[in-house]
Write a protein of this length. Structure first.
Length: 213
């Protein structure tokens, strides 16, 4: 019997949910239209820092994978969502259906790993996630992360999607890392913030080994 893999962002990937309800009572916006569109605007901060083979963890519909392919780079998206995989196939971009904590192609040989669109929250443990990302890149490679633009510290808990009718999805482990917390979180993962920036209300960091300052 095949196990059913939870698809926590199914409602967002199909365009019906635009909000995450967090277990502390707050809500956090989702941006499904941006995910399904072509890469543009602030996405270029991430794209312009990719110069070699790139792995996009939690790639969703694959807009960043597509943009890097157009730039002539080797790139692979990874996602466990059936909806994400189908939308990547519609774009004709390379994607692997997998949990990002399971074995992935070319481990330790990627130049860059992407964690865009709040994916630093996957699994509810940003330190463990960054350690995993660091293990996927080669020596001298880096991890490009989108963080919360506001100084909101580190939050860990659970989240669920809320669709436009108010229907709620299942709870799943989630986290948020604010711009004021990323240095400490990265340090615990053996990484350092090498560059920080942002545009259009979004914030990003480039991380590398703590010794590579």
């Amino acid at each position: 019997m095949t196990a059913v893999v939870p698809d926590e962002f199914a409602a967002a990937l199909t365009g019906t949910a635009t909000t995450l309800e967090l277990s502390d009572g707050r809500t956090s916006p989702l941006h499904p239209d941006r995910w399904r569109d072509r890469a543009a605007g602030a996405d270029r901060w991430l794209l312009d820092r990719c110069h070699g083979p790139t792995l996009d963890l939690g790639c969703g519909p694959g807009r960043l994978v597509e943009a890097l392919l157009v730039r002539g780079l080797t790139v692979l998206g990874v996602d466990k969502s059936d909806h994400a995989i189908a939308q990547c196939h519609d774009r004709a971009v390379p994607v692997r259906r997998a949990d990002i904590f399971t074995s992935l192609p070319a481990e330790g040989r990627w130049d860059h790993v992407l964690l865009a669109d709040g994916n630093i929250g996957i699994g509810g443990d940003p330190v463990a996630l960054l350690r995993r990302a660091a293990a996927l890149v080669r020596a001298g490679g880096n991890v490009l992360v989108e963080i919360a633009p506001r100084p909101s510290g580190l939050w860990r808990g659970a989240a669920r999607s809320r669709d436009h009718r108010g229907a709620l999805g299942q709870w799943f482990a989630w986290a948020e890392v604010g711009a004021d917390a990323i240095v400490a979180v990265a340090r615990l993962a053996g990484l350092a913030v090498l560059e920080q920036g942002g545009a259009a209300g979004r914030a990003f960091v480039r991380l590398g080994p703590a010794r590579a300052r």
